[in-house]
Ligand binder design. Structure first.
Ligand code: ADP
Ligand code: MG
Length: 310
């Protein structure tokens, strides 16, 4: 099967006509008509078999996740997602795999009105790169550098679910309740835009763990954060794991939750009620992230996992 037939069969259908897409899949470039007066927000993420997912992982989930991680970046900026490019490196043409992969990608793209407008396909080790562009109103973006001393630190959803799910999966006893948090993360796209509209200016998505990602906010904002571990929002399985004596460190350093962590001054706090967010700490002068348990003892955390560190 020629490359263009493969693209036609699995990906052209994902390019739904839309007023903003003058030319989609099929020409040398996509041609877009972005909304006037908006700023474009662009991001890109690569998933490599054996590193970011198991080579035999279900392809629907891989399609979902390859877009979800990019949606999460746009969510953290407060942007509205719009157009995607997809670069696929495949060891061979596997129709069953491609059908499920494109279905997973397409289902999530459809939910958020994302148009696949182009990409590239080549033969090589299994790897997927998605480039996603969205837009936002000038001045509405949420930067890592915008946290201020006195701000509260907040997160969406619950933390540590993906880390616990991965741990249980590796141990051969997967946790049905949490498996979707790992395989099909729900990016906080609506929440990101809502926070930006409420005046939140500092935000990051949690892909590498709370402590590491909040650390980026502190570094770029020139401040410190104090987190109260007893205030972390936790799912029932994670609570159960901790009650049974489980170590809290993987819960605060484990990645892949794709929740948002943001900071907000007191005047915005009342507007956050009803958004399903939890206050977990505060921004202070200084540097670094301090994690305190219920008796105010600091938790000692080894450096978080980083790619290329091994
Ligand atoms: P070129 O050689 O000019 O780069 P290609 O043959 O690579 O063109 O791609 C032809 C068309 O198909 C282009 O519009 C490109 O954006 C699109 N395309 C290629 N691979 C993919 C893919 N995996 N998903 C979506 N569109 C793709
Ligand atoms: Mg090409």
């Amino acid at each position: 099967m020629a490359e263009f037939e493969l693209i036609e069969r699995y990906f052209s259908a994902l390019s739904r006509p839309d007023a903003s897409v003058l030319l989609g899949v099929g020409d040398d470039c996509a041609l877009l008509d972005p909304p006037q007066g908006q700023h474009l927000a662009m991001t890109m993420d690569t998933l490599i078999a054996g590193r970011h997912f198991l080579a035999d992982a279900e392809p629907f989930g891989i399609g979902h996740k390859s877009l979800a991680v990019n949606l999460s970046d746009l969510a953290a900026m407060g942007a509205r997602p719009a157009w995607a490019l997809l670069s696929l490196s495949l060891p061979r043409i596997d129709h069953a795999w491609l059908t499920d992969f494109s279905a997973g990608f397409s289902a999530l793209a459809g939910e958020y009105g994302v148009q696949l407008v182009g990409g590239d396909t080549c033969q090589g080790e299994l790897s997927i790169t998605v480039q996603l562009t969205g837009y936002l109103m000038p001045g509405r973006e949420m930067r890592r550098s915008a946290a201020g001393v006195g701000d509260g630190v907040y997160v969406t959803g619950t933390l540590g679910d993906a880390a616990l799910a991965l741990d249980r999966q590796k141990a051969g006893s997967p946790l049905a309740e949490l498996q979707q948090r790992l395989d099909r993360p729900r990016p906080r796209v609506e929440e990101g835009q809502a926070l930006a509209a409420l005046g939140v200016r500092a935000c990051i998505d949690i892909s590498d763990g709370l402590s590491a990602d909040l650390g980026h906010v502190c570094r770029q904002s020139g401040c410190a954060a104090r987190i109260h571990l007893d205030q972390l929002p936790l799912s029932a399985p994670v609570r159960e794991y901790l009650r049974a004596g489980g170590d809290i460190r993987p819960i605060v350093s484990g990645g892949d939750d794709y929740e948002l962590c943001f900071t907000a001054p007191a005047r915005i706090a009342p507007r956050l009620a009803g958004l399903g967010v939890t206050r977990i700490g505060e921004i202070l002068p200084g540097e670094g992230v301090e994690l305190l348990d219920a008796s105010s003892r600091a938790l000692d955390l080894p450096p978080a996992w980083e790619h290329f560190s091994s």
